[in-house]
Design a binder for this molecule. Structure first.
Ligand code: GLU
Length: 329
């Protein structure tokens, strides 16, 4: 039998080289602005920049501030949605929230005119609805269950930033308004403050770029954490989650993202992006300066360049770049 070691070493070199080049190219871009509508978020060091790539076999590459923690914010939405699908089943979840891209900002106060429900679980209205479903099913046990599940996806114990949580709770008037409208249209039935508390806490979970890459690798590995072997998410729920991430995960840039990068992903206003190459790898990026749509400027550029260099676009159909790497990762 051939010794696989030389092939693997060559692939490692290509990926490492590509990551390093991408890191260097994007590092000097200081455009964009840190989210400041949650006061505590405005206090982060805007220059921090980390990237990590984890394979569905358990390998990991990291650059820069890849171990620095930041709050997941909306990145949490995809994983919490996955958990809700599994706990409550598709039918119940889709009765309360749709799966259509909204084309509106993440915090828009707008519902699907045909159904009266939030457009999808990746915008605030949809994510608050999902939090309501989880709270309805698990009550005060919802947050510990959610934190445990995300920790298992990352492969280590995650914690909540109390400072960011308090800051969100005290200033989240828009989310409070959305929650009351959801109550009004019957998309939410649990006590509003308890549901918002759950939502604010899930947004305030601390994770690093390495954690996001590991979580992405868990999704890529059809729900099983490749490092711990833990079956974290149900396969059917992962399939639906990746589909919604693909169409709705990058705010109102999602359509262009599908063209430019072509992978399921979710970003958050804390500066994180979690990307997934199905069956292959997870990508985690962290850089707090955001563009006008709320996506990390450097993070988007990192994913775009990596997709080009390594041939990671879901519909890549040429041998352009290093797409041969894709089948071998
Ligand atoms: N906690 C933030 C909010 O509700 C999350 C927004 C985001 O990351 O898109 O406004």
């Amino acid at each position: 039998m051939n010794d696989p070691a030389p092939g693997r070493a060559a692939i490692d070199e290509v990926v490492h080289g590509s990551l390093e080049a991408v890191y260097r190219k994007c590092r000097d871009d200081t455009s964009g602005a840190v989210a400041d509508y949650i006061p505590e978020l405005a206090r982060v060091d805007a220059d921090r920049f980390g990237i990590a790539v984890a394979t569905a076999e358990g390998r990991l590459w990291r650059f820069g501030d890849a171990d620095d923690e930041f709050t997941m914010q909306s990145v949490s939405k995809c994983l919490v949605f996955c958990m809700a699908l599994e706990l409550l089943g598709r039918r119940q979840v889709f009765e309360f929230v749709g799966v259509e891209p909204s084309g509106d900002a993440f915090n828009a106060i707008v519902f699907d005119p045909h159904t009266g429900r939030p457009f999808n679980p990746m915008v605030n209205a949809g994510a608050i609805t999902i939090a309501g479903l989880l709270y309805g099913a698990l009550g005060d046990g919802a947050m510990p269950a959610l934190l445990e599940r995300l920790s298992r996806a990352a492969g280590r114990d995650l914690k909540v930033s109390e400072a960011v949580y308090v800051s969100e709770r005290e200033t989240g008037h828009r989310n409070r308004a959305i929650a009351h409208l959801l109550l009004n249209v019957g998309a939410l039935s649990a006590p509003v403050e308890a549901v918002l508390d759950l939502y604010f806490r899930q947004c305030s979970i601390l994770a690093s770029a390495v954690d996001l890459a590991r979580m992405g690798a868990t999704l890529a590995n059809i729900g099983k954490n490749p490092v711990t072997g833990d079956p974290v998410f149900d396969v059917a729920a992962v399939r639906d989650t990746l589909a919604v991430m693909f169409t709705c995960g990058m705010y109102d840039y999602s359509g262009h993202w599908a063209i430019d990068v072509g992978m399921p992903a979710k970003s958050g206003v804390g500066g994180g992006i979690l990307g997934v190459v199905n069956r292959q790898l997870g990508i985690g990026t962290f850089s707090p300066r955001l563009d006008a749509k709320g996506n990390s400027v450097r993070g988007v550029e990192v994913c775009r360049r990596l997709a080009d260099d390594l041939g990671l676009h879901a519909f890549e159909c040429t041998n352009y770049g290093s797409s041969f790497v894709r089948g071998m990762l």
